[in-house]
Design a protein around this ligand. Structure first.
Ligand code: MV4
Length: 448
């Protein structure tokens, strides 16, 4: 078993990891930036070390600082959480060079899954559906040729992109050259890789992702899907499991394909296979090689502790259950509580929290690093907590979520709690009519 885990992250996910380690009786080491000294993850961990100033590049992204702390504190493993270094294959290699276990996939499998053109190729070879698309293109003429076949709109994507970064929608032939050039330039700047390819653009698909786990012995299971269609500018706001758009039959098909994808990529650890769902048809989009913010909704309906399983697997242990043991029960919804003002275009609203009272009770879970007097810092993302509710069905869960949102008190700063109440009370949510473009259409006033 891993002997000591360094958590290369902050906020709620650092706390989530510390809790999993504590249950596994593994000591933890926190790292923090100077202004984060008052953060809860610092006091929750067994040891904590300051690794630099407020800038992420000089603290949570500083590989030398983090490796030094691991070596001096005797941590034999690093958990990257999400964001920061979690999808940095160089960091994975550097950990290995220092004899430290990176809790996640190998750098090889991270690269193979992370490069969209490579991942697409692997899926095609294994009979997993992908959106109609091209190989890497270096001449905009190829886009026009492709669009003649499938029709506009098409979408140009950076092969190194992901999560909505490095994409351009092309509505007609006149837009091709400019979109192509912009996409290449942006990709080169953002990812240091100018490779782009083209796909048929699906109108208003649903964003469905399947949770997968693979161990070092080739055992792979899936834990069903999450519906993450309620988003704003590629930032998810509400996630739920299961999806009302996925029948038992479709779940089995998508799950089997997700498992096939993991096996094809020889992937080890926890991950997510993202699909776009268009009616009954689904298409592989990308794989995320980290634990995700929204993993909790899957935990609530499967009763499987994804973080503990991830750490056990990184220790070389076998998956503690098989596919047949996975039983999905009821419905779960997660509302992301952000320090944002939804009436002002979701503008970040950092500052000191005055009063803080979290809800509780049967089927209510709060994963948060916030407390009364906590200063929400402007240097990092605005997520201050996640409210996750379970119910025997979607309506039961929705009602419980509204009860919990009404009891969640955070004063001093604006949060997304009122926004969530509005959504959860809406006819559109009740009828599951909210798709990936809904929030942008309804709530974004400027920059549209
Ligand atoms: C697409 C698409 C439609 N057709 N690809 C957005 C994030 C990145 N993972 C890929 N994305 C999309 N790719 C094709 N061929 C629509 C989106 C998309 C989207 C997907 C999921 C959730 C929200 C979205 C919002 C806008 C666009």
């Amino acid at each position: 078993m891993i002997k000591k885990v360094l958590i290369a992250n902050r906020g709620e996910i650092a706390i989530r990891i510390i809790r999993a380690c504590r249950e596994l009786q593994i000591p933890t080491v926190a790292v923090y930036s100077e202004p984060d000294a008052g953060s809860l993850h610092v006091s929750y961990a067994d040891e904590a070390y300051c690794i630099g100033p407020k800038e992420s590049s000089k603290s949570y992204l500083s590989i030398p600082a983090i490796i030094s702390v691991a070596l001096t504190s005797g941590a034999d493993a690093i958990h990257p959480g999400y964001g920061f270094l979690s999808e940095n294959a160089d960091f994975v290699d550097i950990c290995k060079e220092h004899g430290i276990k990176f809790i996640g996939p190998s750098s090889d499998s991270m690269n193979k899954a992370g490069d969209k053109a490579t991942a697409r190729k692997t899926m095609i070879e294994n009979g997993i559906p992908v959106t109609p698309g091209t190989d890497i293109i270096d001449d905009p003429k190829e886009i026009k040729k492709f669009a003649k076949k499938v029709g506009y709109p098409v979408i140009i994507k950076a092969t190194a992109g992901g999560g909505g970064k490095g994409m351009r929608i092309v509505n007609n032939e006149n837009e091709v050259e400019e979109a192509f050039n912009l996409c290449q330039t942006e990709a080169l700047k953002a990812f240091n890789n100018k490779d782009v390819y083209c796909e048929k653009y699906l109108l208003n698909p649903r964003h469905i992702e399947v949770q997968v786990i693979g161990d070092s012995r080739g055992n792979v299971v899936h834990l069903g899907e999450r519906d993450c269609s309620i988003q704003r500018r590629h930032q998810k706001l509400i996630e739920e499991a299961p999806s009302v758009f996925v029948s038992e039959k479709l779940r089995k098909k998508m799950g089997d394909d997700a498992v096939k994808a993991v096996k094809a990529l020889k992937y080890e650890g926890v991950g997510t296979i993202e699909f776009l769902l268009d009616g009954e048809n689904y298409y592989f989009m990308e794989m995320n090689t980290r634990v995700q913010v929204e993993h909790c909704v899957t935990e609530m309906i499967s009763m499987i502790d994804i973080l503990k399983e991830q750490i056990r697997i990184a220790s070389g242990m076998k998956l503690s259950f098989s596919q047949d043991d996975v039983e999905l029960k009821g419905h779960a919804i997660e509302c992301r509580i952000n320090a944002e003002d939804h009436e002002r275009n979701f503008m970040p609203n950092p500052g000191k929290i005055g009063g803080y009272v979290a809800p509780g009770g049967f089927g209510v879970r709060v994963d948060s690093h916030a407390y009364a007097g906590y200063d929400v810092l402007p240097y990092y993302d605005s997520l201050i907590g996640k409210l996750i509710c379970w119910g025997k069905d979607r309506e039961d869960c929705r009602k419980r979520m509204l009860m919990a949102l009404n009891q969640y008190v955070i004063t001093g700063i604006k949060t997304t709690i009122p926004f969530h109440k509005e959504i959860l009370n809406s006819e559109d949510f009740i009828k599951s009519k909210i798709d990936t473009s809904y929030i942008d259409n309804k709530y974004s006033k400027a920059n549209k």
